[in-house]
Design a protein around this ligand. Sequence first.
Ligand SMILES: *[C@@H]1O[C@H](CO)[C@@H](O)[C@H](O)[C@H]1NC(C)=O
Ligand SMILES: *[C@@H]1O[C@H](CO)[C@@H](O)[C@H](O)[C@H]1NC(C)=O
Ligand SMILES: *[C@@H]1O[C@H](CO)[C@@H](O)[C@H](O)[C@H]1NC(C)=O
Ligand SMILES: *[C@@H]1O[C@H](CO)[C@@H](O)[C@H](O)[C@H]1NC(C)=O
Ligand SMILES: *[C@@H]1O[C@H](CO)[C@@H](O)[C@H](O)[C@H]1NC(C)=O
Length: 516
Amino acid sequence: MRRRATEFRRPSRRRIPGWIWLLLLISVTAGMVLFFFQHRQDQVATPVQENILDAEEEMRATLNFTQELLSSNSFARQLAEQMTLAKAYLVIAKEHDNLQFAWELSSRIRNCQLLLAQAAAGKVITQKEAGPIITQLAQLIYKAQDSHYDISTIIDTLRSHVLALEERANSAIVQSAEFGRLATEVVSKSLHCVSIKLTEEWFRNPAHQRLSEEVRNSPRLVDNNLYHFCIFSDNVLATSVVINSTVSNADHPQQLVFHVVTDEVNYWAMTTWFLGNDFGGCTIEVRSIEELSWLNASYSPLVKQMVQDGSKGSIGEMKYKNMIFGLLLKHLHFYIPQIQPLLEKVVFLDDDVVVQKDLTALYSVELHGNVIGAVETCLEAFHRFYKYINFSNPIIGSKFDPQTCGWAFGMNIIDLIAWRKSNITAKYHYWLEQNADKTLWKAGTLPPGLLTFYGLMEPLDRRWHVLGLGYDSDIDDRLIESAAVLHYNGNLKPWLKLAIRRYKHLWERSLTFLYS
Ligand SMILES: *[C@@H]1O[C@H](CO)[C@@H](O)[C@H](O)[C@H]1NC(C)=O
Ligand SMILES: *[C@@H]1O[C@H](CO)[C@@H](O)[C@H](O)[C@H]1NC(C)=O
Ligand SMILES: *[C@@H]1O[C@H](CO)[C@@H](O)[C@H](O)[C@H]1NC(C)=O
Ligand SMILES: *[C@@H]1O[C@H](CO)[C@@H](O)[C@H](O)[C@H]1NC(C)=O
Ligand SMILES: *[C@@H]1O[C@H](CO)[C@@H](O)[C@H](O)[C@H]1NC(C)=O
């Protein structure tokens, strides 16, 4: 299995023509698009589709390839591709201390992100908006390739930077703050509608309250003979896909228990959805992050730092509160033993995964006394510790090996007894405090995870968890087929219009729209 991994990615050397092609393609198609838009603007500007699934089907049915290439969606895709390239050059420019150029790049990237976020919300991008951005980005990329950096020596680092960047962007909102936040905020219109309709339903039907109380008092929630799964999410449909796909692939769904924690805004919608749909007789508990009153600034350095950061900033209070809950949800897996004090073993799942195999088998994987089971990600050289953590710091340098293989969150088996014995949460807090000035790592949950679980991670067979469906359109079909869990880490989430089309159906097939 280890060997296979190099096969399914294209070797980076062979990508050189790829980059050049991409540039050519971008310029040519940009020109075509602009021309096309001038003549078609009226026809394209149809009202936003109510239902993403319908919209998708309609597109497949009516568009031929020429049209597809010229559709507003692939326009957005080109912008996204161009942006990824620009982001990579940004990193290189910074490394070369070319700050003026880095500044130019990042301001163009920001414009591009804003436009993409609008596209994700269903707005048609007009020629007037896209034209200048595409041209400017293309010029900068050209400049970077032509005069500043020798592409043939840099191409290897380039690819690694792109991947590392995308990965960090996934685990942290901060990396590409604007895009990450907007992209999740402006998820397709129908998702928003579903959430509102479900909330209405909760308040219309008092039986929901009673039923949810019943679930919350169920002895199954703390029964260690059952299989427990933790999901922390503010996205109803994504959580539904995770649970539905887990249940659909389990031999005995009634033995599964899901513990969902969401934010206050989505709590009713989430509860109503899981009460109103059939998930094979499994048990699903939904809680709001607000209920975790122990997770406050006096207990957790994480909350403390967030509160401090927030009071410095100029964002409105309401927005700040939403953001802090959103951010906290992403870090909540460091508090699983506190959230589930009576459980002994759980599987942690991100909300951007799809399950394809019976995950109860994970429970019998031998962890050899380790706390967490995860797949390693260092098959390509750059996913090692030094990529994530600042080794100039003497504490880091003396305690860790920079070449240690990185691994991934998103699908992990966790032994909570071993966790408590090793004081993992205290270790996590220690590293957070060491990083109060953000010099050890910039953002994300992976770097502190690598430090906290150092020496306590059991590597899993990589077929358990295949990553990259949110940014890498090149993943080998056989690998996807054999995967127990597929992970759409990256910005191109399957519920967004920007999703990588090749992988979208794998997610959609576990979802039905009750409200269309
Ligand atoms: C695709 O659409 C374009 C524009 O409408 C049309 O000119 C072309 O003939 C179509 N191609 C096919 C294969 O249908
Ligand atoms: C903060 O959490 C601690 C335990 O973690 C608890 O004792 C304390 O009452 C909490 N404070 C507030 C204001 O909720
Ligand atoms: C965990 O913390 C407790 C008390 O805080 C301490 O007694 C124990 O030795 C610690 N265990 C480890 C493995 O660090
Ligand atoms: C890395 O750590 C060193 C020493 O603590 C510090 O001087 C430097 O600024 C850090 N680098 C970054 C990028 O934070
Ligand atoms: C769960 O997935 C199945 C397909 O595996 C689908 O038929 C069903 O409608 C889905 N249920 C929900 C509530 O999305």
